[in-house]
Design a protein around this ligand. Structure first.
Ligand SMILES: *Cc1c(COP(=O)(O)O)cnc(C)c1O
Length: 374
């Protein structure tokens, strides 16, 4: 059986160091908002090249609290519009609606699955205030053009970097392009904790301060509450795990790129569309960290079934678009044809830094031997 992502194997490689750090936290007697968190925040800010990093409970809160902070700072108000790709994971959009802002869904670029600059430009109205640039599947959006467009239109840019830890263009990483960036450290993400965790990176000190208060009941100072905040913490144990895991991230990204390259070179089935890493967005190897390796196939469901029979586990990111979810039933009759096609055709192949060459070859061989009914 070739699993989609073997977290046990990934963490087993650094087991001793994880346990050492766990022991240190247990013995410290300090479990929330201590040195482990501030250490990790410092390291992750440095890693992304940003001035500030604020740890929070999860990736959804990272996006949510950034938008909330901009509201508290007077940069956004209810009913303002946020441009977001229609094919993103639902968390991006939940953060927008939770803040009573209006998501404006736009169709993605069909090659990179990321925001398409002309579509973004066409969606800008007098009410637009934010572009949420989701670096989907691990590939950085075309950020130089995106930032130029935002600047021309005086828009804020919030990166959703939940899948793109370490991806860069011109040596500038995810988390250091927009006005702020939300990260998730959900266990299956490229940098994953052993539970839930998230963070915001930004170069804006006022924003960082506001988020620091919001995550802590709206308080900068004990028993003095400036905002009606929330409790959204990255605890000491998870921060310590993340500090260990951050040291191995670049090496693991390299291993992911090797797997991706083998897939790109090896898969030749005429009915399978491979992710394209050349062209407007993905100009370089560095812009993609292969959170997932997504292929497209018109006979996707048959292909997935066939691979399962061969003992190869695959996942669909994502089977149902947000506008077709019961949670957003008012949008159910809206039409985003490209997004709908993507959801019908995409399939994510096994991908991880610990996948053996043999397993990658077995996946390639299985796909190339797939016989389409059509
Ligand atoms: C995982 C993810 C999130 C949410 O992160 P959580 O830590 O699970 O809350 C947001 N956006 C995208 C694109 C994600 O993949």
């Amino acid at each position: 059986m070739i699993s989609f992502l073997d977290l046990k194997k990934i963490n087993a490689k650094i087991r001793e160091e994880l346990i050492e750090s766990c022991t240190r936290v247990i013995d410290s007697g300090w479990y929330i908002a201590g040195n482990e968190l501030s250490d990790f925040e410092k390291k992750f800010a440095e890693y992304t090249g940003s001035r500030h990093c604020i740890g929070v409970a999860n990736g959804l809160d990272a996006l949510n609290l950034t938008l909330r902070a901009w509201k508290e700072m007077g940069r956004l108000k209810e009913r303002d519009e946020v441009i977001v790709p229609a094919n993103t994971y639902i968390a991006s959009i939940l953060a927008i609606t939770e803040n009573r802002l209006v998501p404006i869904l736009v169709e993605p670029d069909p090659i990179t699955y990321n925001l398409d600059i002309p579509n973004v430009e066409a969606a800008i109205t007098r009410k637009t205030r934010v572009i949420m640039a989701v670096h989907l599947y691990g590939q950085l959006c075309e950020m130089p053009a995106m930032m130029a467009l935002a600047k021309r239109n005086r828009l804020l840019v919030l990166e959703d970097s939940a899948q793109a830890h370490g991806a860069s263009i011109d040596n500038r990483r995810a988390g250091n392009w927009g006005d702020a960036s939300g990260f998730s450290f959900y266990p299956g993400k490229n940098l994953g904790a052993l539970g839930d965790a998230g963070a915001i990176t930004t170069n804006d000190g006022e924003l960082a301060d506001t988020i620091r208060a919001l995550r802590n009941y709206g308080s900068h100072e004990k028993y003095k509450n400036l905002y009606q905040g929330v409790n959204s913490r990255l605890d000491e144990l998870q921060a310590a795990m993340l500090s260990v895991k951050l040291k191995f991230l670049d090496e693991q990204t390299k291993q992911r790129r090797n797997v991706a390259q083998m897939y790109l070179d090896g898969i030749t089935h005429p009915s399978v569309t491979l992710p394209l890493t050349v062209g407007t967005c993905a100009r370089t190897l560095e812009s993609h960290v292969w959170h997932v390796f997504v292929i497209r196939c018109k006979q996707r469901d048959e292909l997935q079934q066939y691979l399962a029979e061969q003992g190869i586990q695959t996942i669909i990111h994502y089977p149902v678009p947000v506008h077709r979810q019961q949670a957003y039933k008012d949008w159910n009759y809206e039409s985003y044809p490209l997004t709908e096609t993507i959801h019908q055709q995409v399939l994510s192949l096994p991908m991880s830094p610990v996948m053996s060459t043999q397993d990658v070859e077995a996946v390639i061989m299985a796909i190339n031997n797939f016989t389409c009914k059509e």
